[in-house]
Design a protein around this ligand. Structure first.
Ligand SMILES: NC(=O)c1ccc[n+]([C@@H]2O[C@H](COP(=O)([O-])OP(=O)(O)OC[C@H]3O[C@@H](n4cnc5c(N)ncnc54)[C@H](O)[C@@H]3O)[C@@H](O)[C@H]2O)c1
Length: 327
């Protein structure tokens, strides 16, 4: 396939690009390097069928450039977005603008070029829905907009799913939706705008306090990056589900079914790193943090043949080795 990966220099995008190229597909990445890094794509540099277009995924001309390099386009994997919880609170306007504008342009381009489309949504599209596991039938639950801006991100993903579903039912678009659950692995940002696993390991490395928000009993489904990306890749590769299901308009949860609370994660990071950091519980964390987050993956298993198997402990050990080699 000739694939465009928007946000391909980011955490998930760079692994996806590597996997696609390794599977013999050609890939043109579009990334404006807001949070992407050229270094993430070092492994692809110089490989046959790999191209990089530096620019905004909300600009149609960048898709045309990417398609020209590929000699056409068969599938657009849309990952470009503003991610990282701190941004959701500090710049909800920017999060909404980028996440929806890039999606609108990526969708329009795919419709007019007849390319398959894979949209990376998020479990945050369900907001603070307390009932677990999350299924495609779960309702989204967002608190009052006056309380905090956190749901700028989740709501943008919710609206994004509506845009994709609308395009599937009102045009010829073959659009599929995937929802990664807390992907982690080497390259995950560990700065203040990063994600929890990256942040905890970075705090261990610097022997700084590990900052756990609230009581640390909130759970997540930490999912190994290469497995998440395998699910995203397959969602774009298959003509139809392995169970014979139609994939246009289908949505797939990509998450581990091992539910781990954040305090347990902090302890595991301490154990693996051997760090002298102490755990600090902070009452004021990020408002709107869901208490539990775990997926129903039965549909993903049946249609995509995807089941995660990497243990969190093994995955964290790999992250720690990578972090030390980065120093
Ligand atoms: N990491 C996760 O666990 C997770 C979970 C659920 C959903 N997702 C979704 O998966 C996608 C990738 O997430 P990630 O963790 O790799 O985040 P990331 O921030 O590492 O990657 C996003 C990439 O998009 C790029 N980008 C941002 N705005 C752009 C623009 N206007 N034009 C071009 N490129 C732009 C950034 O530079 C970055 O490289 C995002 O859509 C995210 O919402 C990720």
């Amino acid at each position: 396939m000739r694939c465009i990966v928007t946000g391909g220099a980011g955490f998930l995008g760079s692994y996806l690009t590597e996997q696609l190229v390794a599977m013999g597909h050609s890939v043109a990445v579009i990334d404006d390097m807001f949070r992407g890094k050229k270094k993430n794509l070092e492994g692809c540099k110089g490989m046959d069928g790999y191209f990089l277009v530096l620019g905004d995924a909300a600009e149609r001309s960048n898709y045309e450039k990417a398609a020209d390099k590929l000699g056409g386009v068969d599938c657009v994997y849309h990952l470009a977005a503003i991610n990282g919880t701190r941004w959701f609170h500090e710049r909800p306007d920017f999060v909404i603008q980028v996440n929806l504008n890039t999606l609108r342009v990526a969708l329009d381009f795919s419709i007019t070029r007849g390319a398959r489309f894979v949209f990376t949504s998020s479990p945050e599209a369900f907001g603070e829905q307390p009932e677990m596991p999350l299924t495609n039938d779960s309702d989204s639950l967002f608190t009052s907009a006056s309380l905090h801006g956190r749901h700028s991100y989740g709501a943008s993903k919710y609206l994004g799913e509506i845009m994709v579903q609308h395009a599937v039912s009102n045009s010829s678009l073959d659009g599929r939706i995937v929802r990664p659950f807390n992907a982690y692995g080497p390259r995950l940002p560990g700065d203040a705008y990063g994600q929890v696993t990256g942040i905890f390991l970075e705090q261990c490395r610097k022997e700084e306090p590990i900052t756990v928000h609230g009581d640390g009993m909130q759970t997540r489904s930490f999912t190994w990056v290469e497995e998440v990306v395998e699910g995203i890749r397959i969602a774009g590769e298959l003509e139809e589900g392995l169970d014979g299901s139609q994939l246009a308009g289908a949505a797939f949860n990509l998450g581990s079914t091992e539910e781990v609370n954040v305090a347990e994660l902090a302890n595991l990071c301490l154990e693996i790193s051997g760090s002298n950091s102490e755990i600090h519980f902070q009452e004021t964390g990020h408002p709107g943090d869901s208490r539990r987050r775990t997926p129903d993956i039965s549909q993903t298993e049946n249609a995509l043949g995807w089941t995660p198997s990497q243990s969190l402990e093994d995955g964290l050990r790999s992250c720690w080795r990578w972090l030390q080699a980065e120093e």
